[in-house]
Design a protein around this ligand. Structure first.
Ligand SMILES: Cc1cc2nc3c(=O)[nH]c(=O)nc-3n(C[C@H](O)[C@H](O)[C@H](O)COP(=O)(O)O)c2cc1C
Length: 248
């Protein structure tokens, strides 16, 4: 199948295989950067302290999880948003200078940033917010309800407009590539997968609907977030929120 062999995807995989003669010095000289982003001039919203005393257990959540695309018109409680963010990217331990999180990350580098598109959360203004994992607060970046824009940018997937919240995960490439070179791009995508699965299981545990989304016009979402695409770009989305009462 020559066309597969020549594809960009297969070329990338081939060129980032580790071989026995590999030397760490072969890596490109990319300097690192700060371990997570901060928006000091934004309006901050401290998230409630998380409680772990409710929800379905892990085994039942694994059994029941499905990608669900129907949402209730009601808001999400701030407690539940806090719990979802903690499940996806909460800091759970310290190891030397590393702040470990709920999801694993290659080299504990945590290149994924979490932005929250808030359509309806009790007590929080709609807009795009950035999640600060160390301070456990949100930093508000925009003030317009983001659902319609995100749905359009996601190839018209209307359910993102109906979800109470849309998680937006970006990668700050330098954070990982400074250590792992081009192979690090593989690790970045794996990191995002772990984070999203944590979110999906937490959503299932809370009885929420949630659906991962990777079909979107990257550039449009990067523009919304005002990103320098050479440094950071959107990787993955997930719509999440209370389900309609009749949802099986
Ligand atoms: C990487 C990835 C990208 C996905 N992108 C979309 C998407 O853009 N839109 C959508 O409706 N579902 C999307 N899904 C959900 C899949 O359609 C779903 O996981 C699959 O049909 C299996 O169903 P289940 O999740 O209910 O087990 C995506 C899933 C993954 C893992």
């Amino acid at each position: 199948m020559p066309e597969l062999k020549k594809s960009a995807g297969m070329t990338y995989l081939r060129e980032t295989r580790l071989e026995r003669d590999f030397k760490p010095m072969d890596r490109p000289a990319i300097r690192g950067c700060e371990p997570y982003k901060e928006y000091p001039n934004s309006r901050r919203f401290t998230l409630p302290r998380v409680r772990h005393d409710h929800g379905k257990d892990l085994w039942q959540s694994l059994q029941d999880r499905r990608s669900r695309r129907r949402f209730s018109a009601g808001p999400m409680a701030q407690d539940d948003l806090a719990l979802l963010l903690w499940a996806a990217q909460g800091i759970t331990a310290r190891s030397g200078s590393y702040f470990m999180r709920t999801a694993p990350s290659a080299g504990a580098l945590y290149p994924i940033e979490t932005y929250v598109g808030i359509n309806r959360v009790t007590g929080l203004p709609p807009g795009i917010h950035h999640f600060n994992p160390a301070g456990f607060f949100l930093e508000q970046l925009t003030e317009t309800t983001p659902g319609p824009f995100l749905a359009t940018a996601a190839l018209g997937q209307k359910f993102l407009e109906n979800a109470a919240v849309v998680m937006i995960w970006t990668a700050v490439f330098r954070r990982n590539l400074a250590k792992y070179g081009n192979r690090g791009m593989r690790y970045i995508l794996m990191d995002a997968g772990h984070i999203c699965q944590n979110l999906l299981l937490a959503a299932e545990s809370l009885g929420f609907a949630a659906c991962p989304v990777a079909a979107f016009f990257d550039h449009e979402i990067d523009l919304l977030l005002n990103l320098d695409e050479e440094e950071e770009s959107v990787i993955y989305l997930a719509g999440v929120g209370p389900a309609p009462p009749q949802e099986p």
